[in-house]
Write a protein that binds this ligand. Sequence first.
Ligand SMILES: [Zn+2]
Length: 125
Amino acid sequence: MSSGWSGLVKVVREWMRWRCHICGFDVIEGQRFGYLPGKGFIHIECLYDKLKELFPDGIPEDVLAAVEAEEIASYGIIRIKQVEYMVGDEYRDEVVRIRKKFEGASADAGKLIHKLLERYNVSIK
Ligand SMILES: [Zn+2]
């Protein structure tokens, strides 16, 4: 694969990375957000609004629990990024490894939300 192509993939990824699938606005550093498979990044607040729309009689407990997991992971990412800035250069890589685990947890929570929404036969457009 040529470096031109991988450069393009990187640009597309960067472009996709910071827009909320639901509201279309940028996801700004410090905001809580998650990632839904097949959809992309979403603000946690936008996700709640969308779920209220999809479940007018109340969001099911298990869906709320999965969003809670996403919210916790998302909060972890924000907090650990602050630690990244605070810690000295010598230990930054170790903190980055911790952040990657929170990001993995966030991705897993997104997968769980996705599975539950499929089970309830609703989908975020
Ligand atoms: Zn949004």
